[in-house]
Design a protein around this ligand. Sequence first.
Ligand SMILES: O=P(O)(O)OP(=O)(O)OP(=O)(O)OC[C@H]1O[C@@H](n2cnc3c(O)ncnc32)[C@H](O)[C@@H]1O
Ligand SMILES: [Mg+2]
Length: 200
Amino acid sequence: MSEPKKVVLATRNKGKVKEFNKLFAELGWEGISLDGFEGVPEVVEDGDTFEANALKKAVTISTYLNMPAVGDDSGLEVDALGGRPGVYSARYSGENASDEANWRKLLGELADVPDEQRTARFRCVLALVEPGREPVVAAGSCEGVIAHEPKGTNGFGYDPVFYLPQQKKMMAELTSEEKNQISHRAMAMQNLLTTLKSGE
Ligand SMILES: O=P(O)(O)OP(=O)(O)OP(=O)(O)OC[C@H]1O[C@@H](n2cnc3c(O)ncnc32)[C@H](O)[C@@H]1O
Ligand SMILES: [Mg+2]
């Protein structure tokens, strides 16, 4: 399967758009933001899995614009919380919750959890949907530990409280180039590319 060159980013998250623009540029792809289009339908994220929601985002946008689109559904799985907040990561502390409200709630829930039990991972599922083709889905993850205090101002979402033992830094202390070397989104993008190439 050949690679598309122009792909609409089926997301309203500016942090994701920034990361995708860099990831796409490395491949020679052009990521097109939803901002330039009018009347784009809202995607109701009612799936039970990252895959279902990523597909729904990409199918909705690709169908509406009749263009290739990539959907990203991602989130944080915390072991001490049995995998929560998972697919509910964006609405963990309520509908339209701010990133800070979400990570503050997380720190509160984990207040009594000792360091060795604070393991977690970011997960990302990407769906590439092109008119007239079978969707292609790929996943990636990134392991870390939930800190006790926030640190760093880069990135978005839970990045200020997601500690990377290997880097000895919070995700929010990495530059976007550094994050794009190791993130769940970057890993999913690599896997998507491998799948596309294997079908050529
Ligand atoms: O649905 P779209 O429009 O793509 O934007 P969104 O922000 O709602 O995205 P999701 O539904 O996929 O929810 C993802 C949640 O997981 C968090 N998240 C995902 N990737 C992250 C990353 O790289 N760093 C920190 N938090 C992340 C993010 O802050 C959200 O709370
Ligand atoms: Mg969302």
